[in-house]
Design a protein around this ligand. Structure first.
Ligand SMILES: [Mg+2]
Length: 451
């Protein structure tokens, strides 16, 4: 696996922004103001949330303003280097080729005029898996159905089998999303100073079977035109400035069945996509919670890869399957927060980087608290819902209200009396039905302990 802190981020910021000319007369596109802040601040906030540390900004138009504003990045705890475009515009590929001496062996590429809200840890996991199978690049794609633009990608088994912007075909149902990862050496075949678009390289890689896919599900925002800028401004205000309460849902035993694991002869989280089975009331519950104006975050401990019981990729595949099933009914999660760590090294571990005492593994509160970097959350009126003692403990440590599901685990009953969840419900649907728009069905910390 590759961690964000070990991956360079290359940001394409050289564009002229001609369609935004009234805003970009004096200012480069990435610095166009959105609710009083430069646009790129929002994307940078996402990237630092995921742990990226080293950035290379490819700058051109009004480059000095960008460098003056972001400087070395020290104040943000990151490091930023700059590569200035020459006089001639070289296109996205040409600009990266020109920066060759500053590139690390592998790097992530994003656009400075887009807000791309994806799980970047998953992107790196899928890239690392692809590398092992001989694919030295990755493209993020969105299932599109011609929603935003013409679909231009065919995906099969985690691989982009065709990407073609020029000649689209009916079997294309995905669209390129704008986040890519590359091995540096892919750029040596282009002479320095030659103008080319990244799409040319990506098309070639797709034909050669060398492009991995990360399928993402949230729409992107860009600021290519005044209406798009206005749309993002509204979105950013809701998300970053206006606090909303959230419901944090544990996953297994809340939305999906716990399954019998024959290897360890115990009930356990699903460790294969085929084992994942939603409860029949799960979709209705999440739909209701969203309808009542709450964010819905998943907060799940998944130590399967750290314990060597499944690959990290499989853990992401299971979440992707869950997301797919909900989306089929138009229900979206705001974020899936997954702790993949385990504090002790076990004999079958293949991912030593996952062995750590983190602050995200429940009963610690990290999974609940971390999203506040990138969402304005009203914790006072938020909930943690789970079927384990550790869910209740994590919720309490984070200062949110807690709902405990079920009474199956009697070894936990006594302890539950001590930790006292705010409510006990039979399942997540009962919780969702009790949650009302104005006053929640349990006042803070006043209900009787579960018994
Ligand atoms: Mg659970």
């Amino acid at each position: 696996m590759i961690l964000p802190r070990d991956m360079q981020v290359v940001v394409l910021m050289g564009g002229l922004g001609t369609r935004l000319s009234e805003y970009t007369k004096e200012t480069p596109k990435s610095l166009v103001e959105v609710n009083g802040k430069p646009f790129f601040d929002y994307e940078l906030r996402l990237l630092t949330h995921y742990g990226f540390k080293r950035f290379l900004f490819l700058v051109g138009y009004r480059a000095e303003m960008i460098e003056e504003y972001y400087g070395s990045g020290e104040e943000l705890g990151i490091s930023i280097s700059y590569c200035y475009d020459g006089k001639e515009l070289l296109g996205t590929g040409g600009a990266i080729r020109r920066a060759y001496p500053y590139l690390e062996d592998d790097f992530l590429v994003i656009y400075g005029d887009s807000f791309m809200d994806i799980d970047y840890e998953e992107t790196l996991c899928r890239y690392a898996e692809g590398l092992k199978e001989g694919r030295p690049a990755l493209m993020t794609v969105l299932e599109n159905g011609d929603r935003f633009d013409k679909s231009n990608v065919v995906v099969k088994d985690g691989e982009i089998v065709l990407y073609d912007k020029q000649n689209t075909t009916p079997e294309m149902s995905y669209i390129d999303y704008g986040v890519c990862v590359y091995r540096k050496e892919l750029f040596t075949e282009f002479p320095e100073g030659e103008k080319f678009d990244l799409a040319v390289l990506q098309h070639k890689l797709s034909l050669a079977g060398k492009l991995s896919a990360h399928i993402v599900t949230k729409r992107f925002y860009e600021i290519g035109s005044p209406p798009a800028l206005k749309e993002f401004g509204e979105y950013a205000r809701h998300r970053f400035e206006e606090k909303r309460p959230a419901v944090f849902l544990d996953r297994d035993g809340v939305l999906d069945e716990i399954v019998f694991n024959e290897d360890i002869e115990q009930m356990d989280a699903p460790l294969k996509v085929s084992e994942f089975q939603l409860f029949d009331f799960a979709k209705e519950a999440v739909r209701l919670i969203r309808e009542k104006g709450y964010y819905v975050f998943i907060a799940t401990n998944q130590p399967g890869a750290a314990k060597g019981k499944a690959s990290l990729k499989t853990l992401y595949d299971i979440n992707a399957e869950m997301t797919r099933q909900f989306l089929a009914d138009g229900i979206e999660f705001d974020m899936i927060c997954m702790c993949t760590h385990f504090p002790r090294l076990l004999p079958y571990n293949k991912e030593p980087l996952l062995v750590q005492s983190c602050n995200c593994r429940k009963p610690k509160p990290g999974l609940i608290l971390r999203p506040s970097d990138i969402y304005a959350i009203d914790y006072e009126n938020s909930w943690m819902v789970g079927d384990s003692l550790t869910d209740v403990q994590a919720g309490q440590a984070a200062g949110v209200r807690t709902a405990f599901i079920g009474d199956l685990k009697c070894d936990a009953c006594k302890k539950l009396c001590e930790v006292a969840p705010d409510v006990t419900v039979k399942n997540v649907l009962e919780f969702a039905e009790g949650l009302s728009k104005v006053a929640d069905f349990a006042p803070r910390r006043s209900s009787t302990p579960a018994s």
